[in-house]
Ligand binder design. Structure first.
Ligand SMILES: [Zn+2]
Length: 425
């Protein structure tokens, strides 16, 4: 089954590598959101040349969008000979900053030993390229299919996706009846289907004190010491409680099957970017940003209440303690039904292509599925793609070419199944 389709995908190996390299050459670094428009247009014009209807959607008015850094998304649709199910492939075109430690140029892709190296190779331009090749091979093999195939390249996934999938979802582009199934080729490994992600709650906590001369701290009230008291509470009370919360979600890696808390940043006293001699001051403010990841079994309100009750306890028990809490970002967990058609189709295709059963996993971090589910109200959404999860955002990030080919076959076979078969050639 699918011999001719799979051969056609294999014959596109060089095209797939070239497309991946072409996408990596656009330095779509976010923040600030560099080169989005030329990258979106490159992808759009390629698909237009293959018969897709292509439209561009700039998220004007959304966070991050500006004349200098327009948030340009591309959406391409190919209608079959009659209306039917629509399978949508969504890839984010933004990448995180290259960072240090590269042995190759992150934006001049290198092909070596069966791998493509470059920023975004793994997360997720390799996956997006594999989806494009899968769609193109399908259209060449089955020109007469019933239904529709869509491919989108969207922005800002790395910063929450509001101006990307979030924006398109608000316009109705990720809802029924327009779209039936969504596959996001994020790097979750070629043999795994990702059915959801944990929840996220970011908040800034500020402790307040009173300024005074540093030689007479008793005349002031040190906000950093108040923050230290809060940190102590986290260590003694919250961390053990979080470690005890286990989930039934199949989160990978294993360590993320509990609730977690990271302290993203902390700052108190003299401004960080000041490079002169410091003055002796008692800091009157200390700010901390915390990143809480929670489980589908937890109530989002309770997640917030845990922090608030620690802070309220300190306010009661510790002289001079005062605080402010500001929510920065919140996304609820999502979990697609393990029996959903898109999960079954991709799992069956993995087994067919790789000769082993697919593993169902949940991502420790969030990705654009939340917008599809929460804004688009479309539950039939998964992540499936060729990159290795652990390589995302790392120096010398790469994607394996064999993995891209295998995942393109999986995506094409799953699409065919979801479309309801070939429908003639
Ligand atoms: Zn990604």
């Amino acid at each position: 089954m699918h011999d001719s389709l799979f051969q056609r995908i294999e014959s596109k190996r060089e095209d797939l590598v070239a497309l991946t390299c072409d996408l990596i050459r656009f330095p779509t670094v976010n923040p600030p959101g560099e080169a989005y428009t030329p990258c979106a247009e490159f992808l759009g014009e390629r698909l237009r040349a293959r018969g897709f209807e292509v439209s561009y959607h700039r998220a004007e008015g959304e966070v991050g969008d500006s004349a200098r850094y327009p948030r340009t998304n591309v959406l391409a649709r190919f209608n079959g000979r009659a209306p039917g199910p629509c399978i949508h492939f969504n890839g984010h075109i933004d990448v995180v900053a290259a960072g240090l430690g590269w042995s190759v140029d992150p934006f001049a892709p290198t092909v070596r030993d069966g791998k493509v190296y470059g920023r975004g190779a793994c997360d997720m331009k390799g996956g997006l390229a594999a989806a494009v090749i899968a769609a193109e091979a399908l259209l060449e093999e089955y020109r007469d299919f019933v239904g529709a195939i869509e491919v989108s390249g969207t922005v800002d996934e790395e910063s929450g996706g509001y101006a990307g999938v979030g924006y398109l979802a608000k316009q109705g582009f990720f809802s029924r009846p327009r779209v039936s199934h969504v596959i996001i080729p994020e790097p979750l490994n070629v043999d795994r289907v990702c059915i959801g992600h944990r929840g996220v709650w970011w908040a800034e906590v500020e402790t307040r004190g009173r300024i005074a001369h540093g030689s007479m701290p008793f005349l002031g009230d040190c906000a950093v010491r108040h923050m230290a008291a809060f940190l102590q509470k986290l260590e003694s009370d919250l961390y053990p409680a979080l470690a005890a919360k286990r989930t039934a979600m199949p989160v990978v890696p294993e360590g993320a099957r509990q609730s977690t808390l990271n302290i993203n940043s902390i700052h108190g006293g003299l401004q960080e970017d000041y490079d002169g001699l410091p003055a002796p001051m008692v800091p009157d403010s200390c700010r901390l940003v915390l990143d809480r990841r929670y489980l589908i079994e937890e109530d989002p309100e309770a997640v917030k209440d845990e922090i608030v009750s620690l802070l309220e306890g300190l306010k009661r028990d510790r002289a001079g303690f005062d605080y402010a809490l500001r929510e920065v970002l919140a996304f609820q967990p999502t979990l697609t039904d393990a029996d959903a058609p898109v999960v079954r189709a991709v799992s069956a295709a993995i087994e067919q292509v790789l000769g082993k059963p697919a593993e169902q996993v949940v991502s420790p971090g969030t990705y654009d599925q939340k917008h599809v589910v929460r804004v688009g109200h479309l539950k039939d959404c998964i992540a499936y793609g060729p990159g290795i999860l652990d390589l995302a955002h790392q120096p010398d990030e790469y994607v394996g070419i064999d993995d891209m080919i295998a995942s393109a076959k999986v995506m094409a076979a799953a699409t065919l199944a979801l479309l309801g078969g070939a429908g003639g050639r």
